[in-house]
Design a protein around this ligand. Structure first.
Ligand code: ZN
Length: 187
């Protein structure tokens, strides 16, 4: 099996917020980000007719497959969640996050991370400056993220595509909160 290319994920800036998924789905469908629901349901959608206006691809040629051809990966959008509390998503591309206070990397994040997916995760003390802060306050450089509802766009190599300001405004207008994006590669 070939390695997972990656995905672009959208999350709320405040990891505790839980936007209403039905309303978001309706607005994102109207705006042309989401296309037809995919077989099997599971809150997965083909990309909509304005997908390429709402997500900007770097480079001159967009090589993404927009519809299924055999078993090859193709671009689609899926909701993950809702979760009862903020969950932590990371991947093989995740690097030690930096302390917001002193910018030192938190090298042991992998050992600490299993304790984060619960109702009230303990704060993480920076080994360099001693500042204690919740894990989502560390700077993950768009390589990991916390949230209760995620919108995942498969398959996107990290940094290959970014949400446009129009899409970010659409998300905040449909949910009443600010959003951020990040990238995950499985495996
Ligand atoms: Zn620090």
């Amino acid at each position: 099996m070939s390695a997972h290319t990656g995905r672009l994920l959208l999350r709320t800036q405040d990891p505790f917020l839980l936007p209403e998924q039905a309303l978001l789905t309706a607005r994102l469908s109207e705006a042309g980000l989401l296309g037809t629901p995919l077989e099997g349901g599971n809150h997965a959608f083909a990309v909509g007719e304005r997908f390429l206006q709402l997500v900007t691809f770097a480079g001159c040629s967009v090589r993404i497959e927009l519809s299924p051809v055999g078993d090859a990966p193709f671009c689609h959008i899926r909701f993950t969640g809702p979760f009862q509390w903020p969950v932590f998503l990371s991947g093989r591309n995740t690097r030690p996050p930096r302390c917001r206070n002193c910018r030192s990397p938190l090298r042991n994040w992998k050992e600490t991370a299993p304790a984060w997916d619960k109702a009230a995760p303990t704060s993480v003390t920076c080994p360099s400056c001693g500042e204690a802060s919740p894990p989502w306050d560390y700077d993950w450089k768009e390589k990991a993220g916390f949230g209760r509802l995620f919108i995942q766009i498969e398959e996107i190599f990290p940094g290959e595509a970014t949400p446009t300001p129009e899409l970010m405004a659409l998300l905040s207008g449909s949910s009443g909160c600010e959003w951020r994006h990040f990238y995950i590669q499985d495996g």
